[in-house]
Ligand binder design. Structure first.
Ligand code: FAD
Ligand code: A2P
Length: 276
């Protein structure tokens, strides 16, 4: 069922921005019928911490900006900004956004915020990224952030989707890190990738929650069970996922932190609404 991603590259001629806070699309890749990623120019003044999100969108039919929260999937050092997006068939924004082409403009409000940042965690030995679906996006940024590898001995990326094809964006990104001229040496063998599916056969299966609660992931990776002395975690998925993971992490003795009060784990919603 795996599809070859359809990618279009930037042409040297770009449309002149005319929208408020306009940025120009430089690349679009369609991964599945429900998922795509795209890159846009970066406002020269935009500073953000890897893991944060911004409001992006298009001009609505009523002439007003139609904006939604989006995690920046690229790291803070990247010259461009990358986003990883769902396509909701009747979604006000994504029913249109999924048709963007290289040279088109999107609106990007340059006010980054978010809790999935290194500053919100106390120092630790291992950092766990726990995501479902497009909840991977902030970790696509943090997996390319040098600070991630400077601060931790091991970084474990657990990502679960229903089907194998939905893992491809993350798989390709992780594969590219080893040979990345900027960050490859820092990543070394510190990054452990643990993708699973729940509704299609794959070499590793099961929900993040089940694989943590049963201890399967620790056994598979040869790691001790999570403990508040050594382990830190960042969580991004549906509300139901976040609630269930939070209970498991608290069961391991980890406490939820925030920018203003760093502790052992932090949580952010990948989207608002039941979705499941
Ligand atoms: P909406 O009216 O916004 O949503 C319609 C319904 O679609 C929702 O009720 C929900 O059931 C479902 N839905 C929405 N988004 C998703 C999703 N990502 N995965 C599965 N189901 C969904 N979306 C991204 O695609 N990538 C991101 O990086 C991203 N980051 C976000 C960060 C934060 C902090 C928040 C709160 C949301 C984020 N979202 C992200 C969701 C995004 O804001 C929009 O909801 C999404 O783009 C759909 O917009 P829409 O107008 O088409 O539909
Ligand atoms: P499952 O297939 O068992 O429902 P979705 O595509 O619906 O957003 O789900 C993305 C992934 O998140 C699926 O693999 C799904 O597993 C999993 N998932 C959904 N809800 C939870 C939850 N509460 N805890 C753990 N995993 C969840």
């Amino acid at each position: 069922m795996t599809k070859v991603p359809v990618m279009t590259e930037a042409s040297p001629i770009k449309a002149k921005p005319h929208l408020p806070d306009a940025q120009t699309v430089t690349q679009v890749t369609h991964w599945t019928d429900r998922l795509f990623s795209f890159r846009v120019t970066r406002p020269r003044t935009l500073r953000f911490r890897s893991g944060e999100f911004v409001m992006i969108g298009l001009m609505g039919d009523n002439g007003k900006p139609l904006l939604r929260a989006y995690s920046i999937a690229s790291p803070a050092w990247d010259e461009e900004l990358e986003f990883y997006s769902i396509k909701v068939p009747d979604g006000p924004l994504t029913s249109k956004l999924q048709h963007i082409l290289v040279g088109d403009e999107i609106i990007l409000r340059p006010k980054p915020v978010g809790t999935l940042v290194h500053d919100a965690l106390l120092p630790g030995k291992r950092l766990w990224f726990l995501a479902t679906g497009t909840g991977l996006a902030p970790f696509a940024s943090l997996m390319r952030e040098p600070e991630t590898y400077e601060k931790y001995d091991r970084v474990i990326m657990m990502h679960t989707c229903r089907e194998v094809a939905e893992l491809e964006y993350g798989q390709k990104l992780v594969e590219s890190l080893k040979d990345d001229p900027l960050i490859g040496d820092l990543v070394g063998d510190k990054l452990v990738y643990y993708p699973t599916t729940t509704r299609e056969a794959f070499h590793h299966m099961g929900r993040v929650t089940d694989n943590l609660a049963s201890g399967k992931v620790f056994a598979d990776l040869g790691l001790p069970a999570m403990n508040p002395g050594e382990d830190r975690a960042m969580v991004c998925g549906s509300l139901a996922f976040n609630v269930d993971v939070k209970a498991i992490l608290e069961g391991f003795g980890l406490r939820e932190g925030a920018n203003s009060d760093p502790k052992e784990f932090v949580v952010e919603k990948a989207f608002v609404g039941d979705g499941i």
